[in-house]
Design a protein around this ligand. Sequence first.
Ligand code: PHE
Length: 344
Amino acid sequence: MKERIEKITEELNALKCKTEKEVEDARVRLLGKKGEITQLFDEFRTIAPELKREFGQKLNVLKKDAMAKIEELKAAAAASGASAGSGEDTTMPGEPHQLGSRHPVSIAREQIVNIFRKFGYDVAEGPEIEDDYHVFEALNFPPNHPARDMQDTFFVSNGHLNPLLLRTHTSSVQVRTMEKSQLPIRVVCPGRVFRNEAISARAHCIFHQVEGLYIDENVTFADLKQAILLFAREMFGPETEIRMRPSYFPFTEPSAEVDVSCNICHGKGCNICKGTGWLEILGCGMVDPNVLEASGIDSKKYSGFAFGMGVERIAMLKWQVNDLRHYFENDMRFLREFSTCVDV
Ligand code: PHE
């Protein structure tokens, strides 16, 4: 046993390993389950009792030295492997970071908001998880109106009088503004909205809106028309014309949908405007007196208009993108096309 301990000690002193694999092999050979040192410990149990003290000490020292040496070799191999073993030249310059750019939906939202800011509108935001009262009830939706139905709305909590839901439009922010602001009110509300709709080239279950509200004494439909016309010309170019078609929303009366003249064919008719020369951009109307009264505004003294538009839709028309889904897929080739766009 003495010779074998000495032999292993010599071997250990001379041991050299280049790679982590070699270190691991040496560890198994010496300290593994059937390793040379482990075997000596097994044999130690059978030797004469008077020899146990001497060899016990020697064996313990050998094992400790072996473990320390293996640790040392392992650290050295790992350190050299990191630089030389990976084949990388660590003196090469690093890869440059590519400069990112703003998302087209953010650019479009900013452009819309900035136009209205120039007209003197404030910006208001509100919660995305809303209650039924602010999304529907205060906006004159009759109790059984289909827009409250599970088909359109993602409900967060159910069963009581004023359930929580994901807002389906940012008109809820207009209600919150009417509740707490002093008159007159001139505000735009940008934000994310949610509708339980099948995803297609023209619809998505998450999209963005900018809605606007203007309340003062003697506000008329002519003011609404003028505000929308000015907005359309800022957004789509100075030659842009608008037309209004009668429509229905529970919270406005009268209500209208607004089209702009097609900015591609300039009214002649093309495949973007489906040959009509017009593109629909938003819904609007005079705020229904019931809505004003629900928020504590005297509808005999005050009147106002409201409008709401989808940011993705405006962005599609402005940049002639034919599929809404491009805005949500984050394909770098698509996003890079907008890297030179700036806010107006
Ligand atoms: N809230 C409406 C929608 O989401 C848009 C709208 C706003 C219409 C204000 C009229 C007035 O479709």
